[in-house]
Design a protein around this ligand. Sequence first.
Ligand SMILES: [Zn+2]
Length: 249
Amino acid sequence: MNKETETRIHTVQTAEGPVMIPYLIRRSKRSRRIYISLDKQNQALLTIPMRATIKAALEFLDQCGDWLLEQMAKTPKPKSILEYLRDKPVLTLDGKKCSVVFAFTNQCPFCEYNHELGEVTLRYDPCAINEARIREALKKLAKKQLSDRLFFLCEQKSIEPPSRVTVRDQSSRWGSCSSSRSISLNWRLILLSVGMQDYVILHELAHLKEMNHSKKFWGLLNTYDSRSKHHDRRLNEVGRSIISLGQTA
Ligand SMILES: [Zn+2]
């Protein structure tokens, strides 16, 4: 299959009037006709035969307006980071719960962290909410916080630190550890509780010694976090909805 093209917008007529539909076109050697589906971000995914024209794909999309609306109504819309934080204005920074307050700016969104108050002010433009930029502002805050936390835990548990720590916007993983001793953490770890945030960091640190999920690995991890099994289970329970935050933009 070819690489997916970027998302575009097409206006489709429906019983409820014209609706702008984000769509992606993917060419497939195996497909004999045009297929349509909705991806988890509620974008229409058009799978078309190699030789089909874009025009034909869009004509097909034109006919699917009502069906798409029906499907979209069924799938719960992924929550935005801003909505999530408004419901639950808490972050984990420096191994502590930290409250989030909201303020405005007409510039790019940014975070101010008041260490003493244990409070983060997230400033954004209410007239032009830009989810991707809000995500960037939080990621920037997470960058320093999470690597500081990792080095703190290394010291506390006498673990030799990794060669490199990066904080990224992974879509499905909380963290990873490479054979070159480099650890990568998902910025959304600041949205987890202290226990779970530390668990993910310690899990990756344990991989520095054990690059697998063997008994030996869990044994080692348990010496770092005696509640590792509990945290691992909790992460599976609550993690899925948090890891998908902000992936719409
Ligand atoms: Zn692992």
